[in-house]
Design a protein around this ligand. Sequence first.
Ligand code: T46
Length: 172
Amino acid sequence: MGKKIDIIIHAASQASPKYYGVEHQWANWKNKMKKIEKVKLIKLQIFGDARGSLVSLEQYKNIPFNIKRVYYIFDTKRDTPRGFHAHKTLEQVLICVNGACKIKVDDGKNVDIFNLFSPEQGLYIGNNIWREMFDFSQGCVLLVLASRYYDPKEYIKDYSEFLKSVRCNRKG
Ligand code: T46
């Protein structure tokens, strides 16, 4: 990340121990729950007045990369998680512009969970981070800014392949 960016307290402690109903998963993660270097919460400035609120996203200002792609996820279901992959080089910022959801991130060593519930929070996720999105509230809209065009070859969808790749990177 080139620019110094404000970081607000991450919301791991607020994350619910219910992960789509599988509580024992929570127990497994608890020991590994730790801050992950390549994942940061960015505080986005809200320009609000009597008419409402506005947030502006600008590359290399509050978004730490060149924005090549924008997409949004909506019509989600609380008990239907998404993600379950990592990216070889892609960097992204996730913003829950309506509603709330949780994001589990995993660097192969540690796990962290972020509660996104405000358009003022941007979750930066660097490359080689496994992610899972879950616990979507009704009306949740997750906006994503990406540093690269869409490329299916860029995904690592197999968790053991992901672990192998991060271990190789650590050694090399
Ligand atoms: C990520 C998380 C946060 C495209 O055609 N173009 C695109 O830019 C994207 C992102 C997806 N697609 C297609 C590929 C699939 O047929 O849309 C379909 C759903 O994509 P996917 O199953 O990858 O969606 P998620 O929610 O599991 O993951 C997405 C992003 O793919 C991923 O990069 O980090 O959101």
